[in-house]
Design a protein around this ligand. Structure first.
Ligand code: ZN
Length: 271
């Protein structure tokens, strides 16, 4: 399991050295940052109700489908938001763009079901999304900037390697379903990482950052509440938010569809 708080010094990491002040936050807006919705419409609706009126644009970091019972409805709801979207490994698996041998059997089962039940229009929408993009000083990648679809950033070494692959000071990723913060202080040659609690506010200051908002539809940090982040480019802050949702209602839909028990149970455990 991920160490709750780690700090260490390094000496050289192969990166160019990027001063965040060299790439100013030119767009002034509040952005709702979501990741890993995983076909959980109830969690998505709870997030949208909780964040209502607090954002002007939405960014989604991938894995819209897989694991959950509402893929078509989640694609439709996300399209209504006019969100900037990425595709993730589960989206790719549904599209047949990824070998599923590394998926566990439970995840594979739901991927197969999802592929059969999605409309051609929804599949076309997933197909059109890239796994990575750059927006001003922010790189957005589903998994990591080095391997946008597959790599988990779960330790300081992997985070350090990925800072070297960035041409922007800041990067937002999903994939691990954990609300993670990695901060690189290039002047001090120090890197740190931790799992952020709800309510944590991160300043987009001189440190370079890789931030994960956590998962909307299947959190894995032991807190079953849906996770998201609010990015305010004017105040230069990123805030971690958690919101409860009706988990038993989602579990009931999963049982009706005869989804694997382990997937049903883990929603309540937040693992
Ligand atoms: Zn995911």
């Amino acid at each position: 399991m991920f160490d709750l708080c780690q700090v260490r010094y390094y000496s050289g990491y192969g990166g160019d050295g990027i001063d965040p002040s060299s790439q100013p936050l030119t767009l002034a807006m509040r952005i709702l940052v979501l990741s890993d919705i995983h076909a959980n419409l109830t969690a998505l609706e709870a997030v949208l109700a909780s964040a209502d009126g607090q954002w002007e644009a939405a960014w989604f970091l991938g894995d819209l489908v897989g694991y959950g019972p509402d893929p078509e409805a989640c694609v439709a709801r996300l399209r209504e938001l006019d969100a900037l979207c990425l595709s993730g490994n589960h989206d790719w698996a549904v599209l047949g763009k990824l070998d599923m041998t590394e998926f566990n059997p439970d995840a594979r089962k739901v991927v197969d079901w999802t592929r059969q039940c999605l409309s051609a229009e929804a599949l076309g929408f997933l197909e059109a999304q890239p796994p990575m993009r750059v927006e001003g000083p922010f790189t957005l990648a589903h998994a990591s900037p080095r391997h946008p679809v597959w790599e988990y950033i779960l330790d300081l070494d992997t985070a350090l390697d990925n800072f070297a692959h960035l041409s922007t000071p800041y990067c937002f990723v999903g994939h691990s379903h954990l609300p993670l913060v990695y901060a690189l202080d290039e002047a001090a040659e120090e890197i740190s990482g931790y799992v952020a609690p709800a309510g944590e506010v991160i300043d987009l200051g001189p440190q370079r950052l890789i931030l994960n908002p956590g998962s909307v539809g299947q959190p894995r940090d032991g807190d079953p509440r849906a996770a998201y982040a609010l990015l305010d480019t004017e105040a230069a802050t990123w805030e971690y938010v958690r919101v409860p949702y009706d988990i038993p209602a989602v579990q009931e839909r999963m049982r009706d569809l005869r989804f694997p028990n382990r997937l049903i149970r883990r929603l309540a455990d937040g693992m």
